[in-house]
Structures are given as C-alpha cells and as structure tokens.
Design a protein. Structure first.
Length: 227
C-alpha cells in the first residue's frame, strides 16, 4: 500500500541521525543550521529556510544567491536548491517557517529531525509546531534520540502488536476528553486528561495491537523509535 509523501525537515538541534534520503514524491528541507547536519551526511535539501543565525560561516549574509555560494549547497552537483531567507526579527521560528513552506507545497506528513535537544525552549516550540499540524489535520513527528513524538487532534494513532516499550500521552490543550488507550497494560476509556496532570505517562505495550485516541483536544504521544 503506497504511503503519503513525506516532508522531511532537518533542524539545528541535536542530530541523533539524519533523515533518510527522500524517495520520489518526498521533500527535504534544511531549517537554518540543519543544513550543516545534512552536509555532514552528504544529503542535499530541496529547500533551505532560515535567517541563518545558527550558521556561523554565513553570519551577516542575507542574499539567497550568496548564501548558496557561501555554504556550498550545490557543491558542483548541478542540483538547484531553493533558498528562503527569513528576517532576523520575526514572529515565526525557522522550524515553523519550514513547516509552512512544506504545507504550501501540499505536504501533510512531516518528519522532523534535529528538532530536540539543545535549548529546551526550542524543543518545546517544535512540540507546539507538531500540535499545530495535528490541529490542521496533518501529522508531525519529532524524531528524538530514542523516541518519536507526535500529536493527535480529535483523532487516533495505532500501534502494531510487535510494539515494545512504553508509550506516554499528555494533554497539550487545557483538557483532552474522551481519551482511550486500548491494547496496553493500563486501559483507559473515555478519560479526561489535563495539561497540569501527567496521568498518561509510562503505559506499556503488551504484545497486542494497540491504539490511543482522543475525542476532543490535542494529545501528545511519545513512543519508541523501534516501532
């Protein structure tokens, strides 16, 4: 069964692993200093987005053509790389601008690498970005060292019976109602979770097909990368 095309984004946070090389239909964006991570792993993005304040080799450069030349994005491959230069003073983060650029190109599934670690406020900002994607009926996944973080809004997520480890859920909105967890060690049915009580932490997979759903609200879901 064919999967939906994926927009991969490489951020400037900790690079536990690079995104996979995109297949036909996918799109790869470097968010500001995320380009440096891609360069180390010999990956060429389709688009580079940012104000470039986390790329010291081009500090003070604001012209797109010069940026491409200065960073060696093309690197003699003949590949054309689009660059979206953002102002240093702005409301959106580089990551949110990168997500919006992918959304405008028709992508609804986003895998974000280099979006955790480093500054905790940046990690929280990226979690808010995947929550916003869920609200817009998209799906964002933050790839951390050992876990994946996603969000569901008035929706559900399913796990295979081969899943092992723990799954944790947290209310991102003030309350989440109609929360259900099935096929896990601790069942939950039509519960209400609040964003001030970590009741949903550390449930366990038990070798059954499992699901987490929320009737109303945005729910953050943390689960192992090995699934």
């Amino acid at each position: 069964m064919p999967r939906d095309p994926i927009c991969y984004i490489m951020g400037a946070g900790e690079c536990h692993e690079p995104p996979p090389a995109p297949v036909k239909g996918d799109f790869l964006i470097a968010a500001d200093g995320g380009y440096s991570h891609l360069k180390k792993h010999h990956l060429t993005p389709n688009l580079v987005v940012g104000d470039f304040d986390s790329m010291p080799e081009i500090t003070g450069i604001n012209e797109a053509v010069y940026i491409i030349e200065a960073t060696g994005i093309i690197e003699g491959t003949g590949t054309t790389v689009d660059t979206l230069v953002l102002p240093r003073e702005k409301d959106d983060t580089d990551m949110r601008a990168a997500i919006n650029a992918g959304w405008e190109r028709g992508y609804r599934v986003f895998y974000i690498y280099g979006g955790t670690g480093g500054r905790l406020d940046h990690t929280l900002a990226n979690i808010q970005c995947i929550a916003e994607l869920a609200r817009r009926s998209g799906r964002g996944v933050l790839v951390d060292r050992d876990a994946l973080i996603t969000a569901v809004c008035d929706s559900e997520i399913h796990f295979p019976e081969s899943a092992r480890g723990t799954v944790s859920v947290f209310a991102h909105t003030e309350t989440c109602t109609g929360v259900c967890e099935t096929g896990l060690k601790y069942a939950l049915k039509n519960a209400m979770l609040s964003n001030t009580n970590p009741l949903g932490i550390s449930n366990e997979f038990i070798g059954k097909a499992a699901a987490v759903s929320v009737k109303s609200g945005i729910l953050l879901v943390f689960y192992p990368k090995t699934i």
